[in-house]
Design a protein around this ligand. Structure first.
Ligand SMILES: C[S@@+](CC[C@H](N)C(=O)[O-])C[C@H]1O[C@@H](n2cnc3c(N)ncnc32)[C@H](O)[C@@H]1O
Length: 500
């Protein structure tokens, strides 16, 4: 029997506000019940075709219909039924007869797309099947796809992104969640005396991540099926050099950094130093040269100096350059040997800014403005920063990428900066970009995916890892009406410059 406590104004599901909020966190621990949690979030037990029930939730309602594919029947059908939903197995005859009206579709593609070969062979067939299922979905209903990117010794194929973008041609891609498989107890590993200093701040981690891509049917008439063709970028994709292929198995981690220095709080978006230091230690040897072309308050420089690497930075806003210099002065006496430390104030997009820097670097680690996200943040957060005398934006400079109104212009300029920086990276060496996908006015702009796809003619994408934040307050976006995540995972995209 359905619970009598169902909020009659909740149009999307039968969850109370606490469970709704929990589901909105963009990363979660994978478990046997994961698909059931998605079904429970995206459907009500009884549907009223968009209308709230006025009395008991079952009054005048029909059991919600969940579409599943025959390949997933064994796992998903019992789950849908145990939640009181009707499971509709999308056999070809049902799809062809358009006999179903679906409240939700859920599909697990992990077993089907296991590598590049299976993806190239099966993706056109599955695009067809997903397109046909989309036509059976009721207006405003959702479809969830579970799948993983493919990691081989030679290259990292982001097939989840590829397929996500293709399905986004006929359903609206609303947002993603990532399911993190629990790993070892890293608190214990970090406490060992042999672990690198930075590892002590990693409180949880694991080796596998599953994408959960959520789409909504917004269009009355489903747009035509896109052509499935390998993109030009795919055809000219760089491959990682085998001798230095990726050997690190951590796919995600939660970091608990020490409290920040007071002067860096002025800056609106920083990454924690211990988290950066683990990458610097992974990709360079002591004495080598590290560059951050968008240095902010110099977190990358601080992390590089802490592990005895030479630290270089470029930053547009002179006020942040002053902070970086103050941080250097504070460390000059603390560190056993005076670190090499140089900051250039200027635009990372033009050659002149690099004039005084070395001709080449051993590693680049950086994080761009997440487009104009700071300009869209909730008035409340920005108000609080203003009251505390802290900056709400990086600057008002028109060269600041965080001030660009058009996503396409922003992306193009950012890619040019990374290409310029790449020209100064030693062959065979790595560049790590920390970035998030961006949501704006109900639409997702997959910045991390777009960047990686556009850069793959210049660099080999070796791996992605996720920095998952566990210390942020959840907000009830979309409560009762629609799915909107609280995005608390950042991509750490690792690229390698080809040897030749
Ligand atoms: C996400 S923040 C970097 C924060 C830094 N990782 C930290 O932890 O302090 C991005 C930085 O890029 C800078 N920036 C934006 N456009 C730039 C440009 N064209 N050239 C150089 N820096 C730029 C901004 O001023 C901002 O400080």
């Amino acid at each position: 029997m359905p619970s009598l406590e169902v909020d009659p104004k909740n149009r999307l599901n039968d969850l109370d506000s606490r469970r709704w909020l929990q589901f909105q966190k963009s990363w979660f621990y994978l478990g046997a019940e994961t698909p059931a949690e998605f079904i429970a979030f995206f459907t009500k037990e009884f549907c009223h075709d968009g209308q709230p029930s006025t009395t008991h939730p079952s009054a005048n309602g029909k059991r919600s219909a969940v579409g599943i594919f025959p390949e997933n029947t064994a796992t998903l059908e019992p789950m849908a039924k145990s939640l009181g939903r009707e499971a509709i197995v999308l056999e070809p005859s049902i799809v062809a007869s358009s006999a179903a009206a679906l409240d939700y579709v859920i599909v697990d593609l992990r077993e089907i797309f296991q590598n590049e070969e299976s993806y190239l062979r099966q993706a056109p067939v599955w695009l067809n099947r997903l397109h046909a299922a989309a036509a059976l979905m009721k207006p405003n209903s959702y479809l969830t796809m579970f799948l993983c990117n493919s990691d081989t010794s030679e290259r990292y194929l982001p097939l989840a992104w590829e397929l996500g973008k293709l399905v986004g041609n006929f359903l609206t891609m609303k947002d993603e969640k990532i399911g993190c498989e629990r790993g070892e107890d890293h608190a214990a590993a970090g406490n060992s005396t042999t672990a690198p200093a930075a590892a002590k701040h990693i409180v949880a981690s694991g080796a596998e991540v599953m994408y959960c891509l959520n789409f909504r049917r917004d269009a009355e008439v489903i747009p035509p099926l896109p052509h499935f063709l390998p993109t030009p970028e795919q055809q000219h994709q760089q491959k990682a050099s085998t001798e230095s292929s990726w050997d690190e198995r951590l796919a995600w981690f939660v970091v608990k950094p020490p409290p920040r220095e007071k002067n860096v709080l002025l800056h609106p978006a920083k990454f924690p130093e211990p988290f950066i230091q683990q990458f610097i230690e992974r990709f360079t040897e002591p004495g080598e040269w590290v560059l951050d072309p968008m240095a902010g308050t110099g977190s990358a420089l601080v992390a590089a100096a802490a592990c005895h690497r030479a630290a270089y930075g470029i930053e547009l806003n002179p006020a942040f350059c002053d902070i970086i210099q103050q941080r250097f002065e504070a460390r000059r006496t603390e560190l056993p040997a005076a670190p090499i430390w140089q900051v250039c104030s200027g635009d990372a997009g033009i050659a002149k800014t690099y004039d005084k820097l070395p001709a080449s670097f051993h590693y680049v680690i950086t994080s761009p403005p997440y487009w104009d996200m700071l300009r869209m943040k909730g008035a409340e957060t920005q108000q609080k920063r203003k009251q505390a005398g802290l900056l709400q934006f990086y600057s008002d400079d028109e060269r600041d990428l965080g001030n660009m109104a058009s996503y396409e212009d922003f992306l193009e300029n950012l890619v040019k900066i990374y290409q310029r920086v790449g020209a100064r990276l030693e062959p065979g060496r790595y560049m790590t970009i920390i970035v998030k996908n961006v949501k704006k006015k109900g639409q997702i702009f997959p910045l991390a995916w777009d960047l990686a796809i556009r850069l793959r003619g210049d660099f080999a994408l070796c791996r992605e890892q996720f920095w998952c934040q566990d210390d942020q307050k959840l907000a009830p976006f979309g409560y009762r009406y629609a799915w909107v995540s609280n995005t608390f995972h950042h991509y750490c995209l690792h690229f390698q410059k080809p040897l030749f």
